[in-house]
Design a binder for this molecule. Structure first.
Ligand code: C2E
Ligand code: MG
Ligand code: MG
Length: 487
């Protein structure tokens, strides 16, 4: 990892370089603005350590320079000023879009510096583009699903797929921490989006088998829109998984500038022509949301959380939400509010004409297997009751978010004696597993995606209360040898 230190005091520059070198970083120090600027151009560092008080210039001016040069690495600020000045400087850096890792007060403590550098190194190694590519290939990513609903009558409109990284050491990592690495390289963001689309199609199948047929939304980076074959790749995946194109919505966040408007329009138009839906995500936060809306064939607008969260308290946010609702209606687009956390917010949004809601008030993102139970609770039905319908309009969830009951198989768990329900597909997958088939072979034999097999297995494990395959096989016991009863 390369580090550049800018301090007009040579002794401090040397100290920082010494600590960084001890942490196996490649570091160099400069003491004037010209040298700093030159090093940034010729050998861009991944970490900049910047003193705030510099002879002839100052840290804030240099942060502006870093932001103008679109520096994306980490920034460590150091200064002899008091903590308040440091905190303000940190806010300036953050508002310029810089990644301010921390601010350190002088005199610098070697141990503290060492800890900061070790942390940066660890984050760099674990969340690097190369490591992320391995994670994609090794299936370390998982999807969670968050409902988008309307409440009058109670209807599940869609589930948004949100990616997470199940890191073997660091645990569950949210997308905000690894998307920058993914987006720094087109091959990686393409691989990520292909994985997410494939996993969403698998989840659609699993949900259908669990009796829930509902459209899904996946997030797509603007950076994916460089490749003219993108619509065909998704189309192929949908066909292979038997998912109707109209049940897939691609959410695109406007970020950065279109390098090639004609190419972007080509790709987005073909996505629509193939029957998929297109949503503009985080609407209102980009620099050219309106231009994008006019030029590109979107079918839906998602009002950004920042306007939603204070719609009850801010007149400005309320005015913005009202305008977006009008815009969506005039352009014949669906409108969704994201980040709805309170009943008061939901009610006001509904009064303003936003009927499609997404947010913690309705449900947090959840694993696919949790969706049927959530839907049953939310609509006020029971899992083992009659057809699950909302209490109001009996036809309300027909088509979208409809819940059917697949025939299930009762399995008496050998160890506990409990009777648990496994779907026929879960039983099939468990039977092959007990015969020693690896997941890839099971997928091949049953003509399913690997992700689908994994989901069936995890559903079966959780029904059996097992933590791993050995426990699950033991618990399912005789049923796997064919002693199951149709429920
Ligand atoms: P997004 O697409 O706008 O997704 C909504 C984010 O807001 C999600 O965060 C969700 O968990 C969170 N959220 C939902 N309801 C609430 C609420 O009521 N309050 C608050 N405070 N937050 C809420 P998450 O999962 O961390 O995702 C963050 C962003 O990462 C997403 O924003 C999306 O832009 C991106 N992302 C997620 N999955 C993918 C993916 O598969 N591919 C790409 N390219 N980007 C993704
Ligand atoms: Mg989204
Ligand atoms: Mg959003």
């Amino acid at each position: 990892m390369r580090m550049l230190v800018f301090d007009d005091d040579d002794a401090i520059g040397r100290l920082v370089v010494r600590v960084a070198t001890a942490s196996r970083m490649e570091a160099m120090a400069v003491s004037d603005a010209d040298a700093f600027n030159q090093c940034l151009q010729t050998d861009p560092p991944q970490v900049v350590v910047l003193d705030l008080q510099l002879g002839g210039t100052d840290g804030v001016e240099q942060m502006r320079l870093l932001a103008n040069q679109q520096y994306t690495g980490a920034l460590v600020l150091i200064s002899g000023y008091d903590a308040r000045v440091l905190a303000t400087a940190q806010s300036v850096g953050t508002s310029l879009g810089l990644k301010v890792e921390c601010v350190l007060e002088k005199p610098l403590r070697v141990a503290e510096l060492g800890e900061v550098f070790e942390r940066l190194l660890f984050a760099d190694q674990t969340l690097s583009t190369e490591r992320l590519l391995t994670a994609i290939v090794d299936d370390e990513l998982v999807l969670e699903f968050q409902p988008i609903v309307s409440r009058e009558p109670k209807t599940l409109k869609k589930l948004e797929a949100l990616v997470r990284w199940e890191h073997p050491v660091l645990g569950l990592i949210p997308p905000g921490r690894f998307l920058p690495a993914a987006e720094s390289d087109t091959a990686t963001i393409d691989a990520l989006t292909d994985w997410v689309t494939g996993a969403a199609v698998d989840a659609y199948q699993v949900l259908a088998e669990l009796g829930v047929t509902v459209p899904l939304a996946v997030n797509v980076s603007m950076l994916n829109l460089h490749d003219l074959t993108f619509p065909d790749r998704i189309g192929q995946r949908l066909r292979a998984g038997g998912m109707p194109a109209k049940h897939l919505c691609l959410e695109i966040t406007e970020g950065g500038v279109f390098n090639d408007v004609a190419r972007t329009m080509d790709i987005l138009s073909r996505i629509r022509l193939k029957g998929m839906q297109l949503s503009i995500d985080d609407f209102g936060t980009g620099y050219s949301s309106l231009r994008m809306l006019r030029q590109m064939p979107f079918s839906e607008i998602k009002i950004d959380q920042s306007f939603v969260s204070d719609v009850t308290t801010s007149r400005d946010s309320r005015a913005i939400v009202k305008s977006i609702v009008g815009l969506a209606a005039n352009m014949e687009m669906t409108c969704i509010a994201e980040g709805v956390e309170t009943e008061e917010t939901a009610k006001l949004l509904e009064e303003l004409g936003v009927c499609n809601l997404q947010g913690y008030l309705i449900a947090r993102p959840m694993p696919v297997e949790a969706v049927p139970a959530w839907l049953a609770t939310w609509t006020g039905s029971t899992l083992d009751g009659q057809a699950m319908r909302p209490s109001g309009d009996p036809a309300a969830i027909r088509g979208h978010g409809e819940v059917r009951h697949p025939p299930s198989v009762s399995v008496t768990a050998e160890t506990s004696g409990d009777v648990v329900q496994l779907s026929p597909r879960q039983l099939e997958v468990m039977q092959l597993l007990s015969e020693g088939c690896p997941v890839k072979v099971i997928a091949h034999r049953l003509n399913l995606g690997i992700g689908t097999v994994k989901v069936h297995l995890s559903l079966a494990y959780s029904a059996l209360g097992a933590h791993n395959r050995i426990e699950a096989i033991r618990r399912a016991g005789p049923a796997l040898a064919g002693n199951s009863n149709k429920a």
